[in-house]
Design a protein around this ligand. Structure first.
Ligand SMILES: Cc1ncc(COP(=O)(O)O)c(C=O)c1O
Length: 448
């Protein structure tokens, strides 16, 4: 049975809710990625509830969910242990005190114990906040002002970094030396002067920028896997070279592990690739679906917050709900064999998809690491944002997305987002996904 936009009777309630929401909420949604103009065309599905790896929309359609709230639902929807911990803390303790609770240090110790580069940490609410503070610490610590960030990455919506996420190539300068492009209006133009935008996966461009302006550069801010232009893996030696080049010039290396943290293993991407950044930002993988972020790293840098030299603040930071949720989530993540089982399921899914695309001669390939992946409809490897813009077919991706949604498989309609697999996805979910993918691939190959 099809919940397709092509058969709107199956999503009639979403269709009716959408104009009503648009009347009172700009674009009818509360975040850009959910908007019609971000691909949920002609209207976003309105969700009734989620359970485990499944979502149910207001029309009663059931989906196997690879959107996972764009990342936070790593344990699936309503993971029982997290839900129970949150309910308990609300009923027995309260939520916000503007004073510490003992559990905050318990949580900090557990994160520090799991990730070698983290010597101290502060909790925040969102990735955006944690990135702001990481940059503030880096500028104060080094006494420098410029930040290197990479075209195609997203580090939150603050003015300081909301640049060159997905710029129009006409505006973005030469391939080897991009110019900063504000991701939208309203961002002060003067910030461009604080940023150096580079192509990712290009050691030469990084080396050259550091040679040219190293004494002004406070930090390199990067994901270890590019997760906001689909999924792009680091080329062999790139992350190691970045670590060496930054260290040699006293430039701090900041890992944005908002997506990869606690997802590519308990120690995140840095654990997987064996890199020790100076500062790291975590968020989506940490809270079992509740808003919490963390900013951690070297003690000598974090100590700038010890005496208030750098203020790290927030009314809701370390609220009891977030802390209880994260502690319960860590219990799940640290269960013996948990990541191994997840990785095995992902391998089955990715290998199955590869085989399907190959057999259908679709020229598509799967790029994934741990439970993060994307399908590129491209004949050649994608190594950075410009490749993704030039060589990947967004039209084909759209047809793939529509076909899968028709068959009850949900993920974001834009190829620059990701598919996420949760700890709650079962072998049956993977099997059903591959069965659907086989049919969609055959349709695409036949030009249906
Ligand atoms: C890599 C990365 N960094 C930072 C952010 C911002 O996090 P938040 O939405 O929690 O502010 C995101 C959000 O998608 C992200 O993917």
């Amino acid at each position: 049975m099809s919940p397709s936009y092509k058969s709107p009777a199956r999503t009639a309630k979403s269709a009716a809710l959408y104009p009503a929401a648009c009347a009172v909420i700009p674009a009818g949604v509360n975040s850009t990625a959910r908007a019609r103009f971000s691909g949920w065309d002609p209207y976003p599905l309105f969700i009734d509830h989620g359970t485990g790896a499944h979502l149910f929309d207001v029309d009663g359609n059931r989906y196997i969910d690879y959107l996972l709230g764009l990342g936070p639902m790593l344990l699936g929807h309503r993971p029982p242990r997290v839900t129970a911990a949150v309910v308990k803390v609300i009923q027995e303790r309260g939520t916000v005190f503007a004073l510490p609770t003992a559990d905050e240090a318990v949580l900090a110790r557990r994160i520090i114990g799991a990730i070698p580069s983290i010597e101290q940490l502060r909790l925040c609410n969102t990735g955006t906040e944690a990135v702001i503070y990481a940059l503030r610490l880096a500028r104060t610590f080094t006494g420098r002002r410029k930040i290197i960030r990479f075209e195609g990455m997203y580090h939150g919506f603050s003015d300081g970094v909301y640049w060159s996420k997905h710029p129009r190539l006409e505006d973005a300068g030469p391939d080897a030396r991009p110019v900063p492009v504000a991701q939208g209006p309203g961002v002060p133009a003067a910030i461009a002067d604080e940023l150096i935008i580079l192509p990712w996966n290009d050691v030469g461009a990084l080396r050259e920028a550091i040679a040219r302006e190293g004494d002004q550069i406070a930090a390199v801010l990067t994901e270890a896997v590019m997760c906001n232009t689909g999924c792009i893996l680091p080329e062999s030696g790139y992350l190691e070279a970045m670590r060496e080049l930054t260290q040699a010039r006293g430039i701090l290396l900041i890992y944005d592990e908002v997506i990869t943290g606690f997802r590519l293993g308990l120690a995140g991407a840095q654990g997987r690739y064996g890199i020790r950044p100076d500062l790291t930002v975590f968020a989506k993988g940490l809270g079992g679906g509740f808003p919490i972020a963390a900013l951690g790293g070297r003690r000598d840098i974090l100590s700038l917050a010890s005496d208030g030299t750098v203020s790290i603040a927030g009314t809701y930071t370390a609220n009891t709900i977030a802390v209880a949720a994260a502690l319960a989530a860590l219990d799940e993540l640290q269960a013996p064999g948990a990541y191994e089982a997840l990785e095995k399921r992902c391998e089955t899914l990715y290998a199955g998809l590869e085989r399907i695309f190959h057999d259908a001669r679709l020229g598509a390939h799967v790029v994934g690491v741990g439970p993060v992946m994307q399908v590129w409809f491209a004949e050649r490897p994608i190594r950075n944002y410009r490749d993704a813009t030039r060589y990947a077919s967004h039209e084909r991706f759209r047809l793939w997305w529509e076909g899968m949604l028709d068959r009850g498989i949900l993920f974001h309609p834009h190829a620059f987002e990701n598919l996420f697999v949760s700890f709650a996805h079962s072998d049956d979910d993977v099997e059903a996904t591959l069965a659907a993918a086989g049919r969609v691939a055959r349709d695409l190959a036949a030009g249906a």
